[in-house]
Design a protein around this ligand. Structure first.
Ligand SMILES: [Zn+2]
Length: 212
């Protein structure tokens, strides 16, 4: 999928211009149809309604974190057994994908992309140590099975579009954090930094009375 390509939604004809230089999926925000994707057949996404969560963020929210000026363009929501995670897909620097993970008002920001993990992660549980490729040491916080996945807007590089995989978050005292996804031998990691709402300097956010 090439940046700046315009696709018309097959459901409602709304035009969608691809904003990322490595987009994986475009979903129509008007009618939830899949507009375009470059996902392998085994993980082909299906159109589905995405539930609302209590969140300040929405598609169109902008923010500034250090040198990154970003705009939220998509949302991917993981329903876990005891929790949920929103992965907000943002674009910055003219098409780079930057992820913001959110759940219950806690945030983490990821300027790097998902990368494949070669090591066996079957021993990674809550409290267990894991060392990343850049020698950062983290401890497992939880392991949860993904029970549902839904998405809307434009989504950057992402591998798994069906539930049933395991999500693990591991972090350390310096605020470094990583998500791992495990589906049989398909193991990926997204590593970044925990951030506060204030550090994201968000604009165009939902306020209390708008959220319903
Ligand atoms: Zn549509």
């Amino acid at each position: 999928m090439k940046q700046n390509t315009v696709y018309n939604c097959p459901g409602c004809s709304t035009a969608h211009k691809v904003q990322l230089n490595d987009a994986t999926l475009v979903i129509c925000q008007v009618c939830n149809e899949i507009v375009a994707d470059n996902v392998a057949d085994s993980e082909k996404p299906k159109a589905a309604h995405i539930p609302d969560d209590w969140s300040f963020l929405q598609i169109g929210t902008t923010g500034v974190y250090k040198e990154y000026n970003f705009t939220v363009i998509g949302r991917l929501r993981l329903q876990l057994r005891n929790d949920y995670k929103n992965f907000w897909c943002t674009t910055c620097d003219g098409g780079k994908c930057l992820w913001i993970a959110e759940s219950f008002g806690s945030f983490a920001l990821f300027t790097a992309s998902w990368t494949e993990v070669k090591n066996d992660l079957s021993q990674l549980h809550a409290g267990k140590k894991v060392i990343l490729a850049n020698n950062v040491t983290l401890r497992g916080e939880y392991v949860e099975k993904c029970e549902g996945i839904s998405y809307t807007g434009e989504i950057g590089p992402w591998n798994l579009f069906y539930p049933g995989f395991f999500l693990i978050q591991a972090s350390n005292g310096s605020g470094q954090t990583a998500f791992f996804t495990i589906k049989k031998n398909n193991r990926h990691v997204l590593s970044g930094q925990k951030v506060t709402l204030e550090e994201l300097n968000l604009k165009n956010i939902l306020t209390w009375d708008e959220w319903k």
